[in-house]
Design a protein around this ligand. Structure first.
Ligand code: NAD
Length: 475
């Protein structure tokens, strides 16, 4: 019998009757079961969060910080168990799973220092006006399967720090690590402040439409984000949406191909490319195109694709069958259109486990599906460019606007180009770094609002302005 992981509702680990199977993408074996919640279970979780909000909203910064530090410590102390569990349900290699677990512990700690101070907007002879931030109430958190624990924590911690309580739903594909953390923190945070419930995708719209939830914080696809915006409109719930991306990386002619190849590779292939901020379109200046594409192919040849729990694996499987089939479809489309492959595209992906070989394409056209769509898999299209104006226009020619990167020996030039990219984050000679103190959010159809930093925390609050007339005419 496989291990059953319970839900956290009102401080108790509970079962709900029905169970869902969770599969290891490396071998397609069932490795756990989680409760399949219905509307009544959701009601119970929301009622617990609502009751807890009555007292949690009045807690001090220090009390909230203590709860978040306890979450951080619980994750860190159990990191060995958690990273193995994460690899088994998500697929990412052990080293990257460790990165996510310690990242989640680090984010909890860093964000627990954030405090939204009151702001005096007027202090004149006649008036004192002060803006304070008040928590919105009960938050519904919905997260995807690519960084399940990190995404859960980056919603739970700012919710708690701003005085909100939360009902969080992991992806049905990757709920195990989050539920194990739920068990570890059940007696470390006040009952009802954090509730974690699992179910099929159908549980998502129930959360979005729930009349006693005040805000939705969502990370996932743009398609689902649009449905959430629509669902949340019925009672004007506040929303934060972190959605898809099709990030461009631009390599200028002064970048040394030997020095840039390894970093560029991992900017696309971290977590088998299943990263919202992965480089999904790589533009290389024509002067260094041949040398850099050869260096990338050479680097790729020594990276092992396989089970993430095995030593030496660099790229694990795709997390689930649906996404696996989507990535294979994009590769098939590229083959059917006769696009050139530097590596990948030629192996038979049959067998157990959702493995896709490392796939690098040689200068496919801009309108190829594998370039224009978010691949979310181990795929890297390399494209040649000749002028700065041209590459900026091509990079910005996307409905998405999440992140991007510029690689160059000339940092000033890198910044100049970065400022012209229509994305929420741009790196110069760096990739995937996010600061817990800077806002992270997408432009255009990559999102709505931001997470991280004080900007992210503000989204869990309403501003309230209190204005006092100094000459008190009613006294
Ligand atoms: P998804 O949109 O399919 O699912 C995300 C979550 O939404 C899951 O928990 C799912 O059960 C739930 N859900 C599904 N349908 C719903 C509905 N109608 N209403 C409410 N909830 C619903 O996304 P995914 O496939 O799990 O994740 C991959 C996507 O997430 C990619 O597009 C990726 O770029 C994006 N992503 C974005 C960020 C970011 O920070 N911008 C980070 C990670 C992933």
């Amino acid at each position: 019998m496989v291990t059953q992981y319970k839900n956290l509702i009102n401080g108790e680990m509970v079962e709900t009757g029905e169970w869902l199977d969770v599969v290891n993408p490396a071998n397609e074996e069932v490795i756990g079961q989680v409760p399949s919640c219905d509307a009544d279970d959701l009601d119970r979780a929301v009622a617990a969060a609502r009751a807890a909000f009555k007292t949690w909203k009045n807690t001090s910064h220090e009390e909230r910080q203590a709860a978040c530090m306890a979450i951080s410590a619980a994750i860190k102390e159990n990191a060995d168990e958690l990273y193995r569990l994460l690899t088994s349900e998500q697929g990412k290699p052990h080293a990257q799973a460790k990165g996510e677990i310690f990242g989640a512990a680090g984010i909890s700690k860093a964000q627990s220092t954030l405090k939204l101070e009151d702001v005096i907007s007027e202090d004149s002879d006649t008036r004192l006006s002060r803006t304070r931030r008040v928590p919105v109430g009960v938050v519904g958190g919905i997260v995807p399967w690519n960084f399940p624990l990190m995404m859960a924590i980056q919603k739970i911690v700012p919710a708690l720090m701003s005085g909100c309580t939360i009902v969080l739903k992991p992806s049905p594909f990757t709920p195990l690590t989050t539920l194990r953390v739920a068990e570890l923190i059940a007696d470390k945070v006040p009952a009802g402040t954090v509730n974690i419930i699992t179910g099929e995708d159908a549980l998502g719209p129930m959360i979005t439409g729930h009349p006693d939830i005040d805000k939705i914080t969502f990370t996932g696809s743009t398609e689902t984000g649009k449905k959430i915006m629509e669902g949340a409109s019925s009672d004007l719930k506040r929303i934060t949406l972190e959605l898809g991306g099709n990030d461009a990386s631009i390599v200028l002619p002064d970048a040394d191909p030997k020095k840039v190849a390894e970093q560029l590779f991992w900017s696309s292939f971290q977590n088998a490319g299943q990263v919202c901020i992965a480089a999904k379109r790589v533009y290389i200046h024509e002067d260094i195109y041949d040398e850099l594409s050869a260096a990338l192919a050479e680097y790729a040849a020594q990276v092992k694709v396989g089970d993430g729990s095995q030593q030496g694996t660099g790229v694990g499987p795709i997390q689930n069958k649906k996404q696996y089939e989507r990535v294979l479809e994009l590769i098939e489309d590229a083959k059917d259109n006769g696009y050139k492959f530097l590596t990948g595209g030629d192996k038979d992906p049959s067998g157990t486990g959702y493995y896709v070989p490392i796939t690098i394409l040689d200068n496919p056209p801009e309108d190829a599906r594998i370039v224009a769509e978010e691949q979310f898999g181990p795929v890297m299209p390399l494209m040649k460019f000749s002028s700065e104006e041209e590459v900026i226009e091509r990079a910005n020619n996307s409905e998405y606007g999440l992140a991007g990167a510029v690689w160059t020996a000339d940092t000033d030039k890198g910044v100049e180009i970065a400022e012209r990219l229509e994305t929420g984050t741009v790196w110069v000679n760096e990739f995937m770094h996010l600061s817990p103190f800077a806002p992270f959010g997408g432009h255009k159809q990559s999102g709505f609002g931001a997470e991280y930093g004080l900007d992210g925390m503000k989204e869990f609050t309403y501003p309230q302005v209190i204005t006092i007339k100094k000459d008190n005419v009613v006294a």
